[in-house]
Structures are given as C-alpha cells and as structure tokens.
Design a protein around this ligand. Structure first.
Ligand code: FAD
Length: 486
C-alpha cells in the first residue's frame, strides 16, 4: 500500500482519483459507515470543473447541476443591484450548482468503478511516521501502513492534531441557519438573491432538480447573542422570512438544515514528514462565494500529481515542497477575500449599509471590475508565479506558474489535451519533438491565436503541468532541463 488517505469527503476522494489515474495504489480510511446526507457546499467553480474534466467527470456534474451566473441584491420585491457575471475564459465559465452530496456520489461512483477501496468505519486515532513509512492506528483497533499519508479529514482533523500542527485563527462570531426548502412565491426571477438588512444577510439560492427548491442562508447572530436562536424548523424559518419582509414566501417542505458558526483558520504548515494536510483539514472559512470545497479539490489535484511523480517516476521529493508553497498562499488569499465579504455583509449601521449599497451599485455597473470578480470567483486567477520582482511585474506576460490559457489547435482545444495523469508539451512550429516517455506532445502553428496568447510567434515551447499550470516555457527547442517535469 502506498498512499493512505484519511477522510472520504470531496478532498480525499479527489486525491484518490488523481493518484489512481496515475497508477498509484491508495486507500481511503473513512470513519463514517454510511455516506453523508449533508447538503453543505453548493458550487463548483471553473477551475475545479477543469480538474473534474481531466478525470472525465465534468459531464456527470453538468447533468445534475445548473449554471449560475450573477446574483441580485434586493430590497423587498425589488432588485436594487444586479451583480453581473462575466463568463471567464474557460470551457466551464459558470458556477455549477449541485449539493455536495451530489458531487460526492459522482466521486464515490468513479472510485468504485476504478476499484479504489474506501474502508468505512475506520476512524484514525494515532499517526506515527519515520523516514520510510506512516502508520495509523484506528480507534476500533488495528493499524494501516503506507509510504505517504494525506490528512483530508476535515476541519477537526485528527491527523493535524497528531502532527502537532497549529490551526491558526478562531471563530468570527456569526451564526447562520442553513436550510434546503421548498418555497413558493420567491420574489425574484434570479437563481441567487440576497437581502442585506439590519439583521445581516438573508440569501436564497435556487437548487437543481426542482423549480421551487431553494437553499436558505440567514444570519441569526443577533438572536444567538440574546439566547433566542431557536431551531431551523419550518415554523421558525417561515417566521424569519416574514420578519425579513417576505410574508408572501411560503415554506411548504423542509429538507437538510444546519446551524453554521463561522470560523477562519489556516494550518500553520501543510506537511510534516511523509504526511500532508489538504482541504478543510488545512483551511476553513465562511462559505461566501462558494470557495471552500473547491479549494480542497484543487489542493488534492496539486498534491496528488506530485506524489505520483515521486512514487512512479522517481522525481526528487523536493517536488513535494512546492505543494505547501503554492497552495497555502492561495488559501490565505481566499481567507482575506472571504473575510472582506463577511464583514461587508454583516454591517448593521444604516450609514455603513448605505455606503456599502452604493459601492455594490458602482461595482454592478463596472464591467471591468465585474469581469475581474468573476475570474477570481471562478478561481482562474490563481497563479503560482515565483515572487521575484521580475515575475511580479510581468503583468499579462505569461510566466512559469500561471494557469495555461486555452485556445484552438488543429485538433480540438489545448485544454482537451491537459490531463491529471501527464505533463503536456506544446510546441509552436515544426521542430522535431524531443523524446520523453511521460509527455504528451501537441503542436500549434506560429500564426494562430495560441501563438499570440503565449507570445510564441517566433516559435518556442510550453510545458503544462497536470493541474493546468505552466511548468516551463521558452523560445527555441526545449532543453533536457526544461523537460525535467516539475
Ligand atoms: C454546515 C456547513 C455548510 C457548508 N456550506 C458550504 C457552502 O455553502 N459552500 C462551500 O463552498 N462550502 C461549504 N461548507 C464547507 C464544505 O462543506 C467543505 O469545504 C468541504 O466539505 C471540505 O471537504 P473535505 O473533504 O476537505 O472535508 P470534509 O467534507 O469535512 O470530509 C472529511 C471526511 O473525513 C472524515 N473523517 C474525519 N475524521 C476522521 C478520522 N479521524 N478518521 C477517518 N475519517 C475521518 C469525515 O467523516 C469526512 O467524511 C459547509 C460546511 C458546513 C459544515
């Protein structure tokens, strides 16, 4: 057994799939005995969809989701601002709305198809490691040993505790009710709307599968502080809707509910020895913008292709150091962004709320700002550029670490050829392709759209990593060093 994965949530299952398509043996240890029925995260962003496409699963997600673009800020029955969505440059340019349970079913189905074991009822209690292997002890007795371990065991990660890694941060003090409910008489045609009143936000988001199925997300912080929280049952939620100015919305059925207390925490390190943290085990923050689960799946992709190169292809273990170097700053930046949204949504003072609404109006009518916001929310703006002065000020000029832009080839599009199980060499011009057993080679001509986008009208090459970022690029023929597959 090579890689043990603790936790069979979206992060752990995604890691297992990427390892498996790379031919690496792995096993998931999951303490549950049954699949979770907890609806939780709702949105898959473009970047995650590109990874799922690399696993052959994007079509499955599209079948059970709908495409969300934009949101409304409402006052009563009136839309006061439409926050537009400018579809970014991706084959999947929307947020794909599906409850987390729906995504987990797809991931679990694929793992079963590929014969990857998920050991259920296996709760990890202790983690011990030396230079060659990691051993976990289960609460019910017994142990499992692997060469590497991924702790994808969620916000209360036992693996993180066992490694002695600090989870820096705290509760932010807000309490929300979450509920999936059948609602009649919702006063908007949009799929996503929010009312930002003096008691904090009320948000409604349409769910796939039924016209009248909605996610309710409502701030209960003030009530909670006064000890009047109540339960998110039909009567309480119906009363909340009336109190928030919506006596016309009728709640007729209630599905999953939850009381959500916001926390912001980031693991001090993502690695200790042969063990890594990924997903909620490494970072937690409120769900504004639907980023959390996406970040976890992207952690999994970044880590798993690296592990596969080390295990299967003998790449140096230094390749693994870049996992934390790349992914932790992405989580830190997301936390800063989400924290900004949280504070803005939570404003109570009328003057502050008035100023906020003016800002939203300005944002809504500024196409450039909306395009940048959409790209960021889609997680396509993520770059792993080195932080040298030269790279920092390179502006739009493509650099190592940037996401490889898509574009047309004679045979399909570039991103059709990117996959989580290989590096890709894109050659501009007719030079002979260098021989390399682990590379997929594609060609583009020097006069086409791709050559312009990559600045390669004089010829050159780009090596694209399995997760769609640029590993190397340069003019002329690639050297052996350029093809070291980092
Ligand atoms: C109430 C709620 C609402 C949310 N809403 C949203 C939302 O609207 N949008 C959004 O983007 N995100 C939301 N999130 C966050 C989102 O659900 C997480 O980001 C996502 O589940 C992270 O996936 P993960 O695989 O990293 O962790 P998890 O989904 O937590 O999976 C961890 C897995 O590890 C298992 N496990 C734990 N400990 C052990 C152990 N010791 N041994 C073995 N197995 C173990 C657990 O049983 C679980 O299956 C919400 C979270 C909650 C709690």
């Amino acid at each position: 057994m090579t890689v043990l994965i603790v936790g069979g949530g979206p992060t752990g299952m995604a890691a297992a799939l990427v390892l498996t398509v790379n031919g690496v043996d792995c096993r998931i240890l999951e303490r549950r005995t049954r699949a979770s029925n907890s609806s939780r995260a709702l949105g898959l962003q473009a970047k995650t969809m590109e990874h799922l496409a690399g696993l052959g699963l994007a079509d499955d997600v599209q079948r059970v989701s709908y495409e969300l673009g934009g949101a409304s800020i409402m006052k009563g029955d009136r839309e006061v601002v439409h926050l537009p969505w400018i579809p970014p440059d991706s084959r999947y340019p929307y947020t794909y709305v599906v409850p987390q349970t729906g995504l987990e079913e797809i991931l679990r189905g694929e793992l079963a198809r590929l014969g990857v074991p998920i050991e259920t009822g296996a709760e990890v209690d202790r983690v011990e490691q030396d230079d060659d292997r990691v051993t976990v002890t289960l609460t019910g007795g017994g142990s499992r040993t692997g060469e590497w371990l991924i702790g994808a065991d969620g916000a209360r990660s036992r693996v993180r505790t066992e490694l002695g890694i600090d989870f820096v941060g705290d509760a932010t003090g807000e309490t929300y009710f979450l509920a999936d409910a059948i609602l009649q008489g919702v006063p908007t045609e949009r799929d996503s709307a929010m009312w930002l009143g003096p008691e904090g936000p009320l948000m409604l988001m349409s769910l796939p599968g039924r016209e009248d199925l909605w996610r309710i997300f409502v701030d209960r912080t003030d009530r909670s502080r006064h000890g009047e929280l109540g339960e998110p049952d039909i009567a309480t939620l119906q009363q909340i809707l009336a109190d928030r100015g919506h006596p016309g919305i009728r709640l007729t059925e209630l599905g999953w509910t939850s009381i959500f207390r916001t926390r912001i925490q980031l693991a001090e390190r993502y690695r200790a020895g042969r063990t890594f943290l990924a997903g909620d085990a490494a970072h937690v923050f409120p769900p504004f913008g639907g980023q959390g689960m996406n970040l976890g799946i992207q952690d999994a992709a970044n880590l798993a292709w690296r592990l596969a190169r080390v295990i299967r292809h003998g790449s140096p273990t230094s390749l693994l150091d870049a996992y934390e170097r790349e992914r932790r700053p992405v989580a830190a930046a997301t936390i800063t962004d989400v924290e900004g949204r949280r504070k803005v949504y939570a404003l109570r003072h009328p003057l502050a709320r008035g100023a906020r609404d003016l800002l939203f109006r300005a944002f809504g009518s500024n196409r450039r700002a909306a395009a940048a916001g959409s790209r960021q929310n889609a997680q396509l703006a993520t770059s792993y550029r080195e932080r040298s002065w030269r790279d920092r000020f390179a502006g739009d000029t493509l650099r190592v670490g940037d996401r490889a832009p898509d574009g047309p080839l004679a045979d399909g599009r570039l991103l059709d050829h990117v996959g989580l199980d290989h590096h890709l060499l894109l050659l501009f011009g007719d030079d002979l392709a260098p021989q390399h057993p682990d590379l997929v080679v594609v060609r583009a001509d020097r006069t086409g759209e791709l050559a312009t986008r990559y600045g390669m009208t004089e010829g050159g090459y780009v090596v694209v990593r399995p997760d769609g970022h640029i590993a190397e690029l340069g003019q002329g023929r690639p050297s052996a060093a350029a093809l070291a597959l980092r």
